[in-house]
Every structure is written in C-alpha cells, then in structure tokens.
Design a protein around this ligand. Structure first.
Ligand SMILES: C[S@@+](CC[C@H](N)C(=O)[O-])C[C@H]1O[C@@H](n2cnc3c(N)ncnc32)[C@H](O)[C@@H]1O
Length: 430
C-alpha cells in the first residue's frame, strides 16, 4: 500500500530578515516590482520602477526568488508620494499596495501588468495594437473612500482590522481611508468579540449591512443600520443598487461591484463590446444579481433571449426579482463548469450569439473557455478581476479560434494592485 509522503516545506536560502540595496526594475502582477540580487529575483513591495532602495527580506521560501519590503528609499521615483493612509507601509496593514504612488502612475502600473499578463499567459504579441494600446481608466470619485463592500478581520480580543501582507496577523485599524465612511464607522473601533471577521456593505440609499462571521467563515448574524438611525435592526430585505439606468436588489453583503461607479462603467463597456441586436440570444455567465443580462435584455427585445447562469441561490433569487419585468430574460441556477455548461448548451438548442462572462478571480478555466469557443458565438465579452486569469483564458479561447479584439481596463480598486478589465473576443472564422 502506498504511504503518505511527508510534506516538504519549500526552502529558501536563509535570507529572511537580510537587508541590501537594489535598483528596482519593472512592476509585476501581485503589487510589487522586480529586482535582482546575487542572481536571485526579489519581489519588492513599497517600491517603484527605477528607484534605488534598501530592502528587507520578508519571505524566503523558494530557491529562485524571495519577497522583500523597501524599507529605505535612496533615490525616489518622481511618482512617489506621501501615503495618504497612515496605517499602510512596510510591516503595516496589507490591504493596499500602491498608497505611495501617484494615482495617474497607479493606472500606468496596472496597464503594464495587464499587458504583461496578456503577453506572457495570453501568448499575445506586445506589439498587437489591442495590447499596446491598453490603458487603465479612472473611475469618478477619487482614490479614497470608494470601498462600499469589505471584509474586515477580527483578532482574538474582538478588535477589527485587516491582515498584514501574506500573514494571518490582524492589524487593528481605527479607520480605513479607502472604505466609505459609514462602512468603516459601522465596523472599525468596535468590539466584535467572538467573531472571526465582519462583512460590511453600504447600498445606494446609504443603508449599512453588517454580517458577523465565525472563525470558520460562516455567517452568524446580519444587522442593518439605516441612515440617521443609531440602533441596528435585525436583517431587513435586500440592499438597493443603481446601475445602467436601473435599480437592482442584492443580498445585503452579497456580491456587487465594490466601487460605487464600477457597475455603471462595466455595464457601459460590456454593452459597447457586445453590440447586442434585436432577436439575439445572450448568455450571462456568473451572473450574480443579473447585472449584465438585465442591462442587455432591452436590446435583444421581445424576440430575443437572455439566459443568466449563477450558482449562488441568494444571488439567483435577487436576479429573479431584478429581471421580473423582462420576460425575455431568465435565471438558471447552476455551476458554470464543463458539465453544467454542456447541459445548458444542449438545452438551448442553437448556440448563443453573445456570451458575457464575469467569473470569480480564478477565471473560467480552460475547459469552460474551450466549450464557449466551440459555440461559435459572434462575440464573447469577458469581465475579469484578475489579469492573469484573463491571460490564461484568452489563450484557451485562441486555441478555440477566438482573437482578442478589444480590451479596456478600469481602476475599480484604487490604491490596491487590483484592476478590472473588459475584453472582447471574436471568432477568427467570421
Ligand atoms: C465576479 S461575480 C460577478 C457577478 C455579476 N456579473 C455582477 O457583476 O454583479 C461572480 C459571480 O459568479 C458566481 N459564481 C462563482 N463560481 C461560479 C460557478 N462555478 N458557476 C456559476 N456561478 C459562479 C458567484 O456567486 C458570483 O455571483
């Protein structure tokens, strides 16, 4: 009988805590820049390309590379600014990556990262005009106080905060300057004894919903605080959101774009790429509360069809309510995976004209991407919150005969490494 092999801890070279000077090279996916020292790659946080810095190694578990923080800046980039958040920086809160960077430069760094992922993982040519021309666009509202939905960690004493970078340690925070004030006020500086985390969301009407999670991440209690009220209520119905000229219902702390301007911007970008025509069939995969399907349904008209597919029962219930006035739109509860998608396509009969997909961070994956490419859809509009997943899935679509025809980036997460992209893939057979 086979024996279980002991797990081997990955080994570094004993550089933990070591300090040395480096010249910082290009930005890389993950909120850091790349430098080299004694033949090794060093991923440096809190730095910028071109800077000369002293780094301290924070993690050395791999022979090929280590991770480090820039702890002293010897020659600063012109794009370096004073951090607006006093709780960010080396060894502090791990929530933000680019607090030390001018906002316009954050957009350039994010565009560099998306381009690099499309070239390296998407196997595209850097000179391809779609790749070379990519920019990351600013959303209205500024780089602070935009986060309308967040999860805060809670330490053993019941104090809320965020985790240190790549650590389980909770950095207790009195405030979080990227979070909208009502959400920060509802959670931070309060006693959450016994909880493991707290989810908070503020809807378009200013209603704050908090959900207490236990140490295993299970929700245990939800409360609602209405604007002007001092005392939270037991959970009321759903949160209200407005986007694409419509009102939407979502579960209190359920999925909705975190940046208040993101849903509008993404709906517009998806509509522009999809160019949906009357009578067409549209698939909205990973549909959440039906945002994209509902926004595109009027364009397919009474003769068309929109099928929204979503796994989460609460999100499906919200989508049912949101699409009730659109008889051409329907909600299917189920997994978007090779099996579920195969069954859905078989039941649809003819292939979709347009596919919109907005998968979670891991992306749709190769199997789902190849299946979708096999439908021959006129247009595939891919909404991506991770450019690496987008790159991998673009490569899978390319194997199935689709090329990247357009991509827009949106800074839906200022001060952090995260970026939202909307990509258009079209069949090369057409
Ligand atoms: C990034 S959200 C997008 C939601 C929606 N498009 C929006 O913008 O509001 C991803 C959604 O996919 C759902 N989901 C995750 N994995 C899924 C799967 N394998 N099959 C179907 N839905 C899934 C999640 O519950 C979540 O609602």
């Amino acid at each position: 009988m086979a024996e279980r092999r002991p797990r081997r801890e990955p080994r570094g070279l004993g550089w933990d805590g070591r300090e040395f000077e480096v010249t910082v090279g290009p930005v890389a996916h993950g909120g850091h820049c790349v430098a080299r020292h004694e033949g090794r790659v060093v991923f440096v946080r809190h730095s910028l390309p071109g800077e000369r810095v002293v780094v301290r190694v924070t993690e050395d578990r791999h022979p090929g590379f280590c991770r480090a923080d820039a702890v002293e800046v010897l020659e600063a980039s012109p794009a370096r600014v004073e951090r607006p958040c006093p709780f960010s920086g080396p060894g502090k809160c791990g929530g933000c990556d680019w607090q030390h960077v001018d906002v316009a430069e954050q957009h350039r760094l994010k565009a560099d990262v998306v381009r690099e992922q499309l070239v390296r993982l998407g196997r595209l040519d850097a000179a391809d005009p779609v790749v070379a021309g990519l920019v990351v666009e600013e959303l209205p509202g500024g780089a602070l106080r935009w986060r309308s939905r967040a999860r805060f960690a809670v330490d053993r004493d019941g104090a809320p905060g965020l985790r240190r970078h790549r650590s389980h340690d909770v950095v207790v925070l009195p405030d979080c300057p990227i979070t909208v004030e009502p959400a920060a006020r509802a959670v931070l500086g309060r006693d959450w004894s016994g909880a493991g985390a707290v989810d908070v969301a503020v809807d378009s009407a200013g209603v704050v919903t908090t959900t207490r999670l236990d140490r295993r991440g299970r929700p245990t209690a939800t409360r609602v605080l209405r604007p002007g009220a001092d005392v939270p209520e037991e959970p009321a119905g759903r949160a209200e959101r407005r986007a694409g000229g419509r009102d939407w219902e979502v579960e209190g702390t359920g999925f909705w774009q975190v940046h208040p301007a993101a849903a509008d911007a993404l709906v517009a970008a998806v509509g522009e790429f999809a160019q949906v025509r009357p009578g067409e069939t549209v698939l909205d995969l990973y549909a959440g509360a039906g945002l994209f399907g509902g926004a595109l349904a009027p364009a397919v008209g009474a003769e068309g069809r929109v099928v929204c597919v979503e796994a989460d029962p609460g999100a499906c219930a919200a989508a049912d309510a949101n699409l009730a006035d659109l008889p051409q739109a329907e909600v299917w509860q189920g997994e978007v995976d090779a099996e579920g998608l195969g069954e859905l396509l078989a039941e649809l009969g003819s292939g979709p004209d347009v596919v919109v997909l907005d998968p979670p961070r891991a992306g749709a994956g190769r199997d789902v991407s190849r299946l979708l490419a096999g439908t021959g859809a006129r247009a595939v509009v891919y909404v991506a919150c991770d450019p690496a997943s987008l790159g991998r899935d673009v490569a899978a679509f390319a194997e199935g005969g689709y090329r990247l025809a357009g991509v827009r980036g949106f800074d839906a997460f200022p001060m952090t490494q995260h970026v939202e992209c909307v990509a258009l893939l079209v069949s090369t057979a057409r």
